[in-house]
Design a protein around this ligand. Structure first.
Ligand code: NAP
Ligand code: MG
Length: 459
């Protein structure tokens, strides 16, 4: 009997509890009230009968050993988050999570400490699943009456975990990419640290000299003029570190070997002759010194090209490779690739740290327009697929790490149920115009119910 089907029998004080299956518990429940009518059940059995039912039901569910780090979020995706848990996961999995509320209100209340704590928990536990969150701008500061314009939570988490974001489209039969020659997924590897996401910038108020200044340990300064302003303007300082670029390169080469797919890398090295060129040099050195042989053995290639050339080649390609990009390029290109493959709502995302920690999420945002409609009581047809795949990715990884094959199998089954539901013609509104065949647009609730129904039919 598998442990998942065992339960612990309640017993009189002083007796050892015994393991039985759910069938034995049913016998006990019939027996106790008949034989000992006058005695309170609590005295005989310890817990109440209701507790036994609940415990039995819990023991039937798929067990977890280590909790996931659960990072809740904002707006429509926060609504989806709860529905996905209630309809698709909690009925099957005895879900264990360490919960962090990254909703904007709570981030503001905690001076954004909750974001830092959630990232530290991800470092400690190894697997996190994150809901989309608002990155506040001036309008959000007003809307939520914020203490300050907090930084992007994703930026904060990435800065703590380091590592690389891999974004891959979910391919469904019946939905062809906009680019007809794309036959296989294009996986975007986005560097997850620094550049514009860790920038320092300010409004230059009036005429004056701006400089870059580096002070070394002995106090010696190296200065470079940036611009002699003749009037007001703007200025920005960017940085990256050899450590982060190297771990980015390692993640990309390793992921390529794992996925057995070619790796492309592109930057604007012709214009940025030091900054971008350094990325190119780090990749090249690591490839030559560490990965060249393994790539040859695996029959895959590493290929560097200028980003302009890469964009043209990507469009002409048939897909089936990993495209590594700097932080900002990866952010923008992943939205383009996702949309061209079908929908932003069909793009999954995972941050892989060099220490083997994983954070899964959807690539899209909080779907604000749908949320305002939802608040007004209107019907919404928000696509939950990427958020479902964030959960399945995290459950699968947790299962792998803890050696829980039934948890891995459940994650695969939920993905299959989601794809089968769409392939059978039931989907959210955004997918209908893309689908070749008879398609029915469902609201979010009905679509999740349809997935739950498909899931119930899978062995
Ligand atoms: P968005 O939330 O991704 O939505 C942009 C539009 O794309 C939506 O209005 C909707 O189009 C469509 N869309 C996106 N996801 C969809 C889904 N699951 N189902 C159906 N349609 C979907 O981007 P945004 O409006 O630019 O940003 C909204 C908020 O999200 C911002 O506050 C931003 O800071 C945040 N954000 C967070 C993350 C993250 O946490 N990873 C990423 C990006 C943005 P229609 O309205 O035409 O239906
Ligand atoms: Mg983006």
């Amino acid at each position: 009997m598998s442990p998942a089907h065992q339960t612990t029998l309640p017993c009189r004080p002083g007796k050892q509890p015994s393991k039985v299956n759910s069938h034995s518990v049913a016998v006990l429940l019939l027996y106790v009230p008949c034989k000992q009518k006058s005695k309170p059940i609590q005295y005989l059995c310890g817990p109440k009968i209701q507790d036994i039912f609940e415990r039995d039901e819990k023991m039937q569910k798929i067990r977890m050993l280590t909790p996931l780090v659960e990072m809740d979020g904002d707006e429509m995706t926060r609504v989806l988050w709860q529905q996905i848990k209630d309809k698709l996961i909690l009925p099957h999995v005895d879900l264990q999570t360490e919960y962090f509320d990254l909703g904007l209100k709570h981030r503001d209340e905690t001076n954004d400490q909750v974001t830092v704590e959630s990232a530290l928990a991800a470092q400690r536990l190894g697997v996190a699943v994150k809901c989309a969150t608002i990155t506040p701008n001036a309008q959000r500061v007003q809307e939520y009456n914020l203490k300050q314009m907090w930084k992007s939570p994703n930026g904060t988490i990435r800065a703590i975990l380091d590592g690389t974001v891999f974004r891959a489209p979910v391919l469904v039969k019946g939905i062809s990419p906009c680019v007809p020659n794309w036959k296989k997924p294009i996986i975007i590897a986005r560097h997850a640290y620094g550049d514009v996401y860790k920038n320092v910038e300010f409004r230059v108020p009036d005429a004056g000299l701006t400089e870059l200044c580096y002070t070394d340990a002995s106090g010696a300064e190296t200065r470079l003029p940036i611009h002699q302003f003749k009037g007001a303007g703007i200025i920005q300082g960017l940085h990256n570190t050899d450590e982060s670029i190297t771990s980015f390169a390692h993640s990309c080469f390793q992921y390529a070997l794992y996925a057995k797919q070619d790796l492309w890398f592109s930057t604007k090295d012709t214009i940025s002759k030091v900054y971008d060129h350094h990325f190119k040099d780090v990749f090249e050195a690591l490839y030559q010194q560490v990965y060249r042989e393994d790539f040859q053995k695996a029959g895959i290639t590493y290929f560097y090209t200028l980003i302009d050339d890469a964009v043209a080649r990507v469009i002409r390609s048939e897909g089936g490779f990993i495209w590594a990009l700097k932080n900002y390029d990866g952010d923008v290109m992943s939205d383009m690739i996702a949309t061209a493959f079908g929908s932003l709502a069909m793009m999954t995302s995972v941050l892989v740290s060099p220490n083997g920690q994983y954070e899964f999420e959807a690539a899209h945002g909080t779907v604000t327009r749908h949320y305002y409609r939802y608040l007004e009581g209107g019907e919404t047809s928000t696509n939950p697929v990427a958020t479902i795949f964030a959960w399945t990715g995290a459950l699968q990884k947790r299962g792998e790490m803890d050696g829980l094959s039934d948890l891995c199998a459940f994650a695969a089954k939920l993905e299959k149920a989601t794809l089968q539901t769409i392939e059978s013609g039931s989907m959210t509104k955004d997918l209908v115009p893309l689908f070749q065949g008879a398609a029915k647009a469902l609201n979010t609730d009905a679509f999740l119910d349809a997935i739950a129904a498909t899931l119930a039919t899978l062995a």
